[in-house]
Ligand binder design. Structure first.
Ligand code: G3H
Length: 257
């Protein structure tokens, strides 16, 4: 029975990867957005995939923020950096989230958990174009931006559009626009509808979805039935090598559609 269960899980992982048109899926039991759910198994699975898939030697690992990624950081251990030299950087500027789940905090925590290095990027999340352009030229920011551009590994979450818009304190006007445009998901500052059409993009500094195609390893960590629509929508935009780490809650939702 244990072997059957394993074979069944592997089949579902293959089916999900095929459905979403991406390279790999890992499905953990449970539903992380259910009332009694938590992010621990997703985080543990992410830690395992990193241990298996991170290349030996030097890597620059660009990470996004969010509760899921903050949990992934806590699941990492020093063994991850045993045959590796890891430098963690935030994938994008972001001081719009609460401090503990900002990309800067997650990146620093991943470095601390693995006895590795990190660099911070102190740039607010929501900036007008006129403000962020001159910031590129600042040496301290420029240096970190170059490291982000050189990153070979990216780890990120996927959010529900309205949950993220409210959490980032976007104006009622912006939220009304997102609703009118049927935005269902958010990743990397992009809001998109169920077909993966980008309905809004907030200028932020750092990695862009278009940059992901060139990265060696791209890991998306997102689970829960509530996030099912957002996850499926994002995969229309995701690079082909994306490795999704998710749970049964989200996998069931997507495979039953
Ligand atoms: O952009 C996506 C969000 O960072 C996901 O956040 O892990 O708190 O749901 P979460």
């Amino acid at each position: 029975p244990i072997m059957d269960e394993l074979a069944g899980r592997q089949q579902r992982e293959l089916a999900l990867a095929q459905r979403l048109n991406i390279a790999h899926c890992t499905i953990v039991p449970g539903d992380s957005t259910a009332a009694n759910g938590n992010l621990a198994s997703l985080a543990q699975a992410a830690s395992q995939v990193l241990a298996d898939e991170l290349p030996a030697g030097k890597s620059i690992v660009a990470v996004m923020g969010g509760h899921t990624l903050a949990n992934v950081a806590e699941a990492l251990t020093p063994t991850l950096a045993m045959n590796r030299e890891l430098l963690f950087v935030p994938a994008r500027g972001g001081v719009g989230e609460s401090p503990a789940i900002q990309a800067n905090a997650v990146s620093a925590r991943m470095a601390q958990r693995t006895n590795s290095d990190f660099r911070s990027l102190y740039v607010p999340e929501q900036l007008t174009t006129a403000t962020y352009k001159p910031l590129f030229a600042e040496p301290a920011i420029h240096e970190v931006l170059q490291l982000i551009a050189q990153s070979n590994v990216v780890i990120h979450g996927i959010g529900q559009a309205l949950v993220m818009a409210k959490r980032r304190q976007m104006t009622p006007h912006v939220i009304a626009d997102l609703t009118a445009a049927h935005a269902v998901g958010e990743a990397f500052g992009y809001f998109f509808d169920a077909e993966g059409h980008v309905v809004s993009k907030f200028p932020r500094i750092g990695l862009d979805i278009a940059d992901l195609a060139a990265k060696q390893l791209v890991i998306a960590v997102a689970g829960g039935a509530e996030k099912g629509t957002a996850i499926a929508a994002y995969m229309h935009l995701a690079p082909a090598q994306t490795w999704l780490i998710t749970d049964e809650g989200a996998a069931d939702f997507v495979l039953k559609k």
